[in-house]
Structure formats: C-alpha cells, structure tokens
Write a protein that binds this ligand. Structure first.
Ligand code: UDP
Ligand code: GLC
Length: 396
C-alpha cells in the first residue's frame, strides 16, 4: 500500500511526532508531503522516511480565520493542490494529518480519485476553532474522507457533535515505544545539578508555550506551594505566541518566582528531563485532544497531574494512574503538588502502576497494527478498476 501523507507543519508538534511513528512502517513506499519547511523534515529524514516540502508559501488559513479570510486563501491553494493531485497519482491513498492537509487532501482526493483518510488530532469545538473552520473541516471530512481516525474518544465525540458522520470515524490512540522512555539513572544527578535543581521538588511542564496549554496556571499554583518547589517549563512558542511568552516572564517576576522557574525552550532530551522531575504537570485550559506528554510522563515512570478535560480523562484515573484537577484552577493544582511532595512513597506506587498500564495501552506495535488494519480494510474494499481508472492523468 503506497501512502501519500500530508501535513501542513514544518514544526514538530504532537500531531507531527505521532505521524513519524505512523509513517515509519511504510517508509519504503510512502511520501510525507509538507506545506512548510522546518525541523519536522529533519526528524523524518533521520528516520529515513521520504519527505518533500510541497510549497514555498505558507498557507493563510488560520484557526481563527473568518469565512472571507478562508476564501481569500484559495488563490494560494491552487498551485499546491495541483502539485498534490499530480503526486497522488503515484500513491494508493491520501492520509491528511492536519486541518489544512484535509482541505488540500480532500480536493486532491476528488481530482486524483484516491481515497482520503483524515487523522483528526483536534477537538473540533469553538474553544479551539472558528465556526467557519469547524464547518469546513466537518463538511470536507463527511464529503471526501473514507475514514477519519480520531486520537481520542473526546475528539470523536466532538466531531460527531459538530455534525461529523459517526460511521466513518474510529478512535486510535497515539502509540509509543516504551523502551525509549527509560533514562539512565546515572546521568540524572548530573542533569539536575547542571540545571541547579538539587534539593528541589521539581515539577516539569512539557508543552509548547501557548495560552491554552496553561503554563500560567502552573506559575500561579507554584506561588501557593512550599518554597522548595521549582518548575521547569520545557517547550517553545511554536506557532508565534510571543505575547504569551512575554506574559509568562512578567508573571514570574510579579510573583517573585525568579529562583523557582526555569524556561528551557524546545528540547529533544525529553526523556532525561522528565525523569529528572519529581512530578509532571499538564495544565491545558481547553480540552486536550489527546496529550502525548501525559503518556510520556507515565512511560518515564513519573507521577502526572493533568487537567480534567478532553482526552486527558481517558489517559489518567485519579488516585490510580495519576491525578486529574479542574482546568484553570491553580489552588487545586497546588494542593496536588504539595501532597505529592509530602508522600513520595504513595506517589511512586501510583507512578509505577501508571507506567505499567501505559506501556500496554499505548504500545506502538499494537497501535500501528490497528492503523494498518484500518487502512488495509479501506484499500481492499476499493474496486480494483477504480485504482486503474484513477491512474489516468489528473486534470492539471
Ligand atoms: N516536546 C518536545 N520538546 C519540547 C516540548 C515538547 O519534543 O521542548 C514534545 C513532547 O514530548 C510531546 C509533543 O512535543 O511529544 C507535544 O505533544 P502533545 O500531544 O502533548 O501536545 P501538542 O503540542 O501536540 O498539542
Ligand atoms: C495534537 C493535539 C494533542 C495530541 C497530538 C497527537 O497536537 O493537540 O493533544 O496529543 O495532536 O495526537
């Protein structure tokens, strides 16, 4: 099965990191087409996954764009769609991994007569998207996608609530190779020393810096915690949220937390950093579609406290595999942090159980098999003459 994967981003967000794991088993016969260049391309190349940047212009459809702005960007889309249609004629199916990829993939699927799969990594609600983009995504998926893969039950429920066809959507969680999450204990003391974290109770936050990821909630909570509680914020503003970064630095100064907060920027040594923490906090203020960082923390054997909404509810069970707290409630978060600091043995038991469960539930080989089976069903249901007819040249 030859797959043309499409993703709008040149930067490695969670949807892109997930795509690396999905595309890898198909790397002998697939192509990942990107709509922007960046370090995501390097990561794909490191895994020997064929990749091409399909446009030199970055597209103007934004989450918050209005109908008029949305239509305005069609002029930019045409050359890209033409290129994707041409490329798609060499592949058996199109796999759109992001919303802009869905827009382009839907039209390319129509013209190239290739089936379309849409991997839905988002919660399609107005907390995350303009109503125009919501309608567009659901309409295109309903009309053109043979299969929608949702990254959680929460993402599926939002899709259906927004008018998406329930019969085309299946839930497949992100998969993880658990052996990659075991850090060398010996390197950790060194890392903690280098970061000046010795003797501290370290709470880690691993997310791009963006208002809905709620780093400000952790800072606020920290002000209510004992003085030896320190936070590391790992991640950068990937999608231009510079105002928020400034806001966070000002908040640190205002709360007098300069000695208790470190901004580490985007890092690729997530496993070592997570393992060097005592607790990992997830603080999204809008429902998290899945939340890779939550599973990664579990696989590192670290206790995790997460915001009780969206996919996070499917990942964490309070008191069994971690703790869930009300989104946007710093006091409640501070209470959990303080309890974890006081009860290390109880917390370690929970972290161990959550590591055991996570390595089973999110096993990469099983998840890849689920995806392969779904794609295989779709492929084998295609009338063979349809693929032959589809080999005719595209209309460009
Ligand atoms: N991540 C990373 N370096 C950083 C911060 C985050 O590699 O400095 C990774 C993190 O380990 C996770 C992904 O980025 O795999 C974020 O995915 P998640 O699903 O948690 O959130 P998203 O940003 O996709 O909404
Ligand atoms: C998106 C979502 C995130 C999810 C990731 C992988 O980036 O925001 O919650 O974990 O996709 O599916």
């Amino acid at each position: 099965m030859k797959i043309l994967f499409l993703d709008q981003s040149g930067k490695p967000g969670g949807a892109e990191l997930c795509l690396i794991d999905i595309a890898k088993p198909y790397r002998d016969s697939c192509l990942v087409g990107l709509f922007a260049d960046g370090t995501f391309r390097d990561l794909l190349e490191q895994q020997q996954i064929p990749v091409q940047v399909l446009t030199t212009q970055s597209l103007a459809i934004r989450k918050e764009s209005s109908l008029v702005q949305g239509l305005g960007s069609i002029g930019q889309l045409i050359p890209l769609i033409a290129r994707v249609v041409k490329t798609a004629s060499k592949y058996d199916l199109i796999y759109a991994n992001t919303q802009k990829a869905l827009v382009v993939g839907a039209l390319a699927s129509f013209f190239s007569r290739r089936p379309l799969v849409y991997h839905l990594h988002d919660i399609l609600s107005t907390e995350h998207f303009s109503s125009t983009n919501l309608r567009l995504a659901v309409t295109l998926a309903n009309r053109f996608a043979s299969l929608v893969i949702a990254n959680s039950q929460a993402a599926k429920a939002a899709f259906v609530a927004a008018g998406g066809k329930p019969e085309i959507i299946e839930v497949v969680y992100n998969g993880f190779a658990s052996e990659k999450y075991l850090a060398e204990e010996s390197s950790l003391n060194h890392l903690r020393q280098n970061l000046g974290l010795d003797g501290q109770f370290v709470v880690g936050h691993f997310s791009r810096l963006s208002p809905w990821k709620g780093q400000h909630i952790l800072l606020e909570a920290l002000a209510h915690c004992p003085d030896d509680v320190t936070a590391i914020l790992v991640g950068d503003a990937l999608f231009g949220e510079q105002d928020y970064v400034e806001h966070l630095h000002k908040q640190v100064a205002k709360l007098g937390l300069e000695q208790r907060v470190r901004f580490l920027g985007f890092r690729s040594d997530i496993v070592s950093l997570m393992t060097a923490c005592d607790l990992i906090a997830h603080t999204s203020t809008a429902p998290e579609p899945f939340g890779r960082v939550i599973v990664e923390a579990m696989l590192c054997g670290k206790p995790v406290v997460a915001a009780e909404a969206g996919g996070a509810i499917e990942l964490v069970e309070t008191g069994k595999t971690g703790w869930l707290v009300t989104p946007g409630n710093p006091q409640q978060l501070a209470e959990v942090i303080t309890t974890c600091r006081q009860q290390p043995e109880y917390v370690a038991t929970i972290a161990k159980e959550s590591q055991r469960q996570a390595s089973q539930r999110f096993n990469l080989t099983n998840i890849n098999q689920q995806i392969n089976q779904l794609l295989g069903n779709l492929y084998s249901a295609l009338p063979c003459n349809e693929l032959q007819q589809a080999d005719k040249s595209p209309p460009f």
